[in-house]
Design a binder for this molecule. Structure first.
Ligand code: GDP
Ligand code: IMO
Ligand code: MG
Length: 443
């Protein structure tokens, strides 16, 4: 049995909280794409964990896997593992030998390329973690894979080929000085040492075989998506996207299980009850039209703690966008949804969402395929009666029927439009503040 957790919007929908909730029934939690651009939060009994690479199941002692579709920065990985150990956890993390390694020159180039793009106002607003340049090298067949770190000769061969190209790019194309990130000897030394630690701690796996064997032994597997549908390289608002496939198809290619395996399981879309976006790109429901909207955005931002987990940047805020959710549900085939942050919208004068868009005089129900068209879409707003702030902990204890009626109306509408039942509702960050209607592992 598998459960795939997918971000339905622009990332930061609260995926970590649901992976933590339902991960209790999983034996293995596998990330299938992305790298340390992710920032997943788990709050258990008031203790907060912010995880960039270690799968969120680690907080519950599950085996965490970084699949072949991930890009892994070993510096971040070991820092995160060591920090968790200092906090008394003992994360069991396995890394696919086919996963690609984020090297220091990737991070450097991420920054340089963003800076160059900003001269023409076309920067993406990346997290600066080297994600794009690493996936570029993967597609360009000049990447370094985790398996290469285990053999110093192979590692040296790869770096001797690729590093002079990076140096030329930095020096000759961008006219900057290359630094330690382009020093083959020190890279070999540092990254071979990472390889030794990976081997000593028994962390590397052939991901496809590993998951096959675990499933044969009867283990339940959860796939933890990072980022979200609208920043998917194929299905998102290109070029304002990340460089991987957060949508459900990525779970199969990014770990080496068949689509029949994930397809026979559950695929749960994680939805934030409003929208947040870090980085550039269109956002038709953004609350930035006038001072009143900006004040409302500030209020939601403060109440929802909408500041990037990875970069600390204030997140842009907007109303929920139903055309976006219809698109997400189709691309990933949601069997259910979880709606978070319902508490954050409490006590407003009114609650709105985009039920459709208007584009060039036509009303449309999903997102147009070009980002330029999407940017021209006007939301067709639908208003809902507001709901009061209540004691959410008590509501979480008592269950869905204890939710304010107006909040239930909002959720029922969204579920009907998306065509997927509500499996859970988040009314606060803590594990105990999530109302579970359906456990996908029991489906
Ligand atoms: P992820 O990247 O999808 O895992 O989400 P993040 O962790 O980046 O951002 C979600 C933030 O909202 C975190 O600080 C969570 O602790 C918090 N959070 C998650 N669910 C809820 C909820 O239902 N209500 C509130 N108020 N906060 C939530
Ligand atoms: P989680 O898993 C929100 C955004 C960046 C930028 C774009 C490309 O926590 O939901 P990248 O560094 O990936 O090349 O940046 O994608 N982005 C995220 N936004 N949540 C995330 O992850 C994100 N990961 C990347 O802000 O706009
Ligand atoms: Mg996040």
């Amino acid at each position: 049995m598998t459960v795939t957790i997918v971000g339905s919007q622009l990332g930061d929908e609260g995926k970590g909280a649901l992976v933590d909730l339902w991960g209790g029934a999983a034996d293995v939690v596998a990330r299938y794409q992305g790298g340390d651009n992710a920032g997943h939060t788990v709050v258990e009994g008031g203790d907060e964990y912010k995880l960039s690479l270690v799968p969120s199941g680690a907080v519950r002692g599950k085996v965490g896997v970084l699949g072949n579709g991930c890009v892994v920065n070993p510096r971040t990985l070991f820092e995160e593992i060591d920090t968790l150990r200092d906090r008394g956890l003992d994360p069991d993390v396995r890394v696919a030998e086919r996963a690609h390694v984020i090297m220091p020159y990737h991070r450097r180039l991420d920054g340089i390329e963003e800076e160059a793009k900003s001269d023409s106002g076309v920067e993406v607003g990346t997290t600066g973690r080297g994600i794009g340049p690493t996936y570029e090298d993967k597609a360009g067949r000049r990447g370094v894979r985790v398996g290469d770190l285990l053999d110093t000769n192979v590692l040296r061969d790869r770096l001797e080929y690729v590093v002079p190209q990076k140096r030329a790019l930095i020096e000759e194309v961008y006219g900057l000085a290359a630094g330690d990130e382009c020093d083959v000897e020190s890279l070999v030394e540092e990254y071979a040492a990472f390889g030794r630690r990976l081997r000593e701690e028994g962390m590397t796996v052939n991901c496809s075989d590993f998951l096959y064997e675990r499933r044969q032994a009867g283990d339940a597997v959860m796939f933890e998506g990072a980022q979200g549908t609208l920043i998917d390289i194929d299905h998102g608002s290109y070029p304002y996207v990340t460089s991987s496939n957060p949508t459900a198809g990525g779970a199969a290619t990014g770990t080496g299980v068949g689509p029949t395996v994930t397809g026979r399981g559950e695929v749960v879309g994680i939805v934030k009850a409003y929208l947040s976006r870090v980085g550039e790109g269109p956002m038709p429901t953004e609350l930035d039209g006038d001072e009143r909207e900006e004040r409302l955005a500030d209020r939601i931002r403060e109440k929802g703690g909408e500041f990037g987990t990875v970069t600390g940047r204030p997140r842009r805020i907007g109303w929920l966008d139903v055309p976006m959710l219809r698109h997400a549900a189709r691309v990933s085939g949601f069997t259910g949804i979880a709606v978070n942050h319902v508490d954050v919208l409490a006590d407003l004068d009114t609650v709105k969402l985009a039920a459709a868009y208007e584009l060039d005089g036509d009303v449309i129900e999903t997102i147009p395929a070009t980002t330029e068209q999407w940017a021209r879409c006007d939301p067709v707003l639908k208003e809902f009666e507001p709901w009061p702030a209540v004691d959410w902990t008590t509501v979480a204890e008592e269950g869905y029927d204890a939710m304010p009626t107006n909040a239930r109306e909002y959720l029922d509408y969204v579920s009907g439009e998306v065509g997927a039942p509500v499996y859970a509702v988040g009314v606060g960050p803590d594990r105990a503040e999530t109302i579970e209607l359906v456990d996908p592992f029991e489906q």
